[in-house]
Ligand binder design. Structure first.
Ligand SMILES: *Cc1c(COP(=O)(O)O)cnc(C)c1O
Length: 404
């Protein structure tokens, strides 16, 4: 039995390899940053400009964040060895929850080990079989899985299509749903598009629905003071529930959260399974995250640098002849079509000192393979220029853009 299963697993792996879909991990040999040292696929050590971290404001190795984490480690120890409700809640956890809530303009927040868990908790806890979830077709895998866990009736609308959303809302009302919850990514991570939250909030109002936004790719760096897509789009209070991560802009370590009105957070604390049955966030992570939020809230300078890099990279890459997904977030996908080409360009950039990752099926649709670049305030203007030069050079070599 075990033997035949191993043979089966090996055959699956061979098929993944055959299709050019195998993901390989390169080992980074130091902290995350605008430039990283790593071991290349040939085993040699090299250094590169990093264009694929979710380190938008460059806080992943900020000295004050690291210092706050060290201080929390000293004062509150390494681990809690408990879930929150038994003996795993420290003053630090409550301070972080209240800090998140204050930052995002909600009553309270609840922590999870990851946003993946926050999204796993949300729907199953709040909704029953009488209710409806209306979900954007490009929502993150964790939302899709979270929705699957709930007994609510599911509706799906074509990404960002407000006519389609309205049609689904009508159907959900006609089907006699008790409560309706619209859920969307704030920023779609593969394309960098921002969800039309103002229009979504207006439709929600009209059809009596709640709005939940997963703002993992926005909290800290988009919108006023980095408060995310609700302020960026003007939807504001029309977004009732925000899920987010501490693993991207807000320090990049780990942890997730949900921020919302008090009764919603209180109910999640009583019933959310990934909260009740999973360990409390490590004190050092809580201490570091509080500092990361303090820095992010005040970091208009870093947000301006980030936006400037995005404009510079878009302009240079477009002039070089690459096809980019249009938009104005720091996520800038370079479209390549087939998975193999994305892999080859990534390898050619690796040789030229630019660290990127090819994205292909099943992460994006077949034939829509891409290299997703992400800007960071940890990068310099010179880094951006060097990256454009490397792309241009590699792109010509591979015949992706015209030779001169
Ligand atoms: C990264 C991400 C997550 C997962 O967050 P973790 O805290 O790493 O689990 C969830 N949703 C979206 C939209 C994301 O981009």
């Amino acid at each position: 039995m075990a033997h035949s299963f191993l043979a089966h697993a090996q055959a699956e792996l061979a098929a993944i390899e055959e299709a050019g879909l195998r993901k390989r991990e390169r080992e980074i040999l130091g902290p995350q940053g605008g430039r990283i040292r790593y071991r290349g696929q040939d085993g040699a050590e090299r250094s590169a400009i990093n264009l694929c971290a979710n380190n938008y404001l460059g806080l992943a190795n900020h000295p004050e964040v690291a210092e706050a984490a060290r201080a929390a480690l000293e004062s509150h120890g390494y681990g809690m060895a408990s879930v929150r409700f038994i003996c795993g809640t420290q003053d630090l956890h409550r301070q972080l929850e209240q800090r998140i809530a204050r930052y995002l303009g909600k009553d309270d927040a609840i922590l999870f080990a990851a946003c993946f868990d926050a999204n796993g908790a949300l729907f199953e806890t709040l909704l029953g079989p009488e209710d409806a979830v209306i979900s954007d077709s490009l929502n993150h895998a964790s939302i899709i899985d979270g929705v699957r866990l709930s007994k609510a009736k599911r509706y799906r609308y074509a990404s960002g299509d407000m006519d389609a959303l309205e049609a689904e809302l009508k159907t959900a009302v006609d089907d006699g749903s008790r409560f309706r919850l619209i859920v969307t990514d704030g920023v779609f991570s593969m394309d960098g598009h921002v969800a039309p939250l103002k229009a979504i909030a207006d439709l929600a109002e009209r059809y009596g629905a709640l709005v939940a936004v997963d703002d993992c790719h926005a909290t800290g760096h988009l919108g006023e003071k980095g408060r995310g897509t609700p302020t960026l789009t003007g939807a504001g209070e029309g977004v009732h529930i925000i899920t987010g991560t501490l693993g991207k802009t807000l320090g990049g370590a780990m942890g997730g959260f949900i921020a919302a009105a008090q009764p919603i957070i209180d109910l999640l604390r009583q019933r959310a399974r990934p909260y009740l049955f999973s360990n409390s966030l490590a004190p050092a992570l809580a201490g570091g995250a509080i500092k990361a939020i303090d820095i992010a809230e005040a970091a208009d300078d870093r947000r301006e640098t980030l936006a400037r890099h995005a404009r510079r990279f878009r302009t240079g890459m477009t002039a070089a002849g690459f096809t980019l997904v249009p938009g104005d977030t720091p996520i800038i996908p370079v479209m390549l079509g087939e998975a193999e080409l994305a892999q080859r360009l990534a390898a050619a950039l690796d040789e030229r000192g630019v660290f990127v990752a090819g994205f292909f099926y099943p992460v994006v649709p077949k034939g829509k393979a891409r290299i997703r670049t992400q800007m960071s305030a940890a990068l310099s203007d010179a880094d951006i220029d060097e990256a454009i030069t490397a792309f241009t050079d590699a792109g010509r070599d591979l015949g992706i853009i015209g030779r001169i």
